[in-house]
Design a protein around this ligand. Structure first.
Ligand code: NDP
Length: 433
């Protein structure tokens, strides 16, 4: 704590992982002997830089940007960039730390990193977003590369922003290095299914988890917080599997749609018009917008938090459990507060932590890198099959590890231990570096 003052989210993420590791450290003394715990929570490299850009009124604007290259024992650094006014070092470090274990769980050869900026894309024009992305890449380009560090999207960074950053990287380096960024557009090196992957993967994980308890998503009521990339495709997949998604949200409130979400309309409003969830409600008779409301007040059997960190609290969980909650799968990173996780586990609710449940996005990014490296592009069906295989693999690895350590059904322990041991073993093999 003293080494990293004021980084509350980072402390929370480290504590969450370390709380699971007691039995591992007792069983494998080599981790303690080689100071693996101390090393794994110290980033290999942290970059903080100024991003100056000129807005549409000819005013100079200054933002701050970060890239925290946390751990490259398993492969090149890999993790998204987040553009949101709340971004500071503590958020980037929590995300980067989580990313190490998530990437390890996928079984793909990728290390962990994360980056971002306190830039707020909301309300900015196309030209402003482009100039910001270009300025950011004018510094970031020297730190990244196919074999060093491969950024992707996160909150506030989608295909448009990746495009502007990739364009600037290509211009500065004079290299068409497709594998330097993932989440690219389909006509310039992107992969089918990458857009859908995190949301789809979260639902695939939830289904597998429900199946181990003899249940299924079919016919269940579901709520999905957020209405961005992860939320939209979690909604689509859950409804494909026969669930009825009755609520979704943004930072201004939530929409209840008892008829089930019209995914085409949601995509039109969010992806084409860049509108708000209230615009969806205005155009759909069965939907109601609750301004400033909490989505978790809506009674459901399955909750999929897909917006941001610490959005599902112990009070929310109390209410949901009272209404018959069966399962929670985290599409977002660390959306459930620690006391809310504890209450879910006590109440016997199935709980899938984000580092396992939302790993489908980064796994598909690794598939994008594979396609780039072989100058190939795969079909939707093939890529989706690979994603499904990977999600089942992650689920089963977490479940088996939890059993091995005497806590069957504890996916938090399973994910933390399975992810940690994979990275720790590689770190031991590579020596004290
Ligand atoms: P988007 O920017 O596409 O969407 C974010 C959504 O969450 C928006 O609806 C936004 O509402 C809402 N939101 C963001 N911040 C807040 C906040 N402080 N309070 C309330 N609502 C908020 O991001 P993504 O869908 O890509 O990411 C969502 C989550 O999933 C994040 O935790 C991210 O780290 C995680 N994730 C994403 C992956 C990906 O592949 N994209 C991969 C793995 C995890 P508004 O528009 O009003 O701000």
């Amino acid at each position: 704590l003293a080494r990293n003052p004021g980084e509350a989210e980072f402390h929370q993420a480290v504590r969450e992982v370390f709380d699971s590791l007691g039995p591992v450290i007792r069983k494998h003394s080599q981790y303690a002997d080689a100071a693996v715990l101390q090393r794994v929570c110290e980033p290999e490299r942290q970059i903080i830089f100024r991003v100056p850009w000129v807005d549409d009124h000819n005013q100079v604007q200054i933002n701050r940007a970060f890239r925290v290259e946390f751990n490259s024992a398993l492969g090149p650094f890999k993790g998204g960039m987040r553009f949101h006014p709340s971004v500071y070092l503590g958020i980037v470090k929590f995300l980067g730390f989580e990313q190490i274990f998530k990437n390890a769980l996928t079984g793909m050869p990728i290390g962990g990193a994360k980056g971002g900026s306190d830039f707020d894309p909301r309300g900015k024009t196309e030209g402003e977003v482009m100039r910001f992305c270009q300025s950011l890449m004018t510094e970031l380009y020297r730190h990244i590369g196919e074999y060093t560090d491969v950024p992707a999207g996160d909150i506030g960074v989608g295909g448009r922003e990746i495009g502007y950053m990739f364009g600037q990287y290509k211009r500065i380096t004079n290299r068409y290095e497709s594998g330097v960024l993932t989440g690219k557009g389909l006509t310039w090196g992107g992969s089918l299914v990458r857009t859908e992957a995190t949301g789809f993967g979260t639902v695939l994980f939830a289904e597998r988890m429900l199946a181990t308890a003899g249940q299924s998503l079919d016919g269940l009521r579901v709520s999905v917080s957020g209405s961005g990339n992860v939320a939209t495709y979690a909604i689509a997949k859950a409804q494909d599997q026969g669930a009825r998604v009755v609520a979704f949200s943004d930072s201004s409130g939530y929409v209840v749609d008892e008829a089930g979400v019209d995914v085409d309309l949601l995509r039109e409003v969010k992806e084409v018009e860049r509108g708000r969830v209230s615009d969806y409600a205005d155009r759909r008779g069965s939907a109601k917008f609750v301004e400033g409301g909490r989505i978790w007040d809506v009674p459901v059997e399955v909750a999929l938090p897909c917006a941001t960190q610490n959005e599902l609290t112990v009070d929310d969980v109390r209410g949901l459990v009272g209404h018959g909650l069966v399962a929670v799968a985290e599409g977002a990173n660390m959306p459930t507060t620690p006391d809310a996780v504890a209450l879910l586990q006590e109440a016997g609710v199935l709980f899938a932590p984000g580092k396992a449940a939302n790993a489908g996005g980064v796994a598909t990014s690794a598939l994008e890198m594979q396609q780039n490296a072989s100058r190939d592009s795969w079909t939707f069906a093939h890529t989706e099959d690979r994603l499904a295989e990977i999600m089942i693999g992650i689920h089963d690895r977490c479940a088996e590890t939890a059993e091995e350590y005497g806590q069957p059904g504890n996916y938090v322990l399973g994910a933390n231990v399975a992810g940690f041991t994979k990275v720790a073993d590689a770190m031991l093999a590579l020596g004290v570096i």
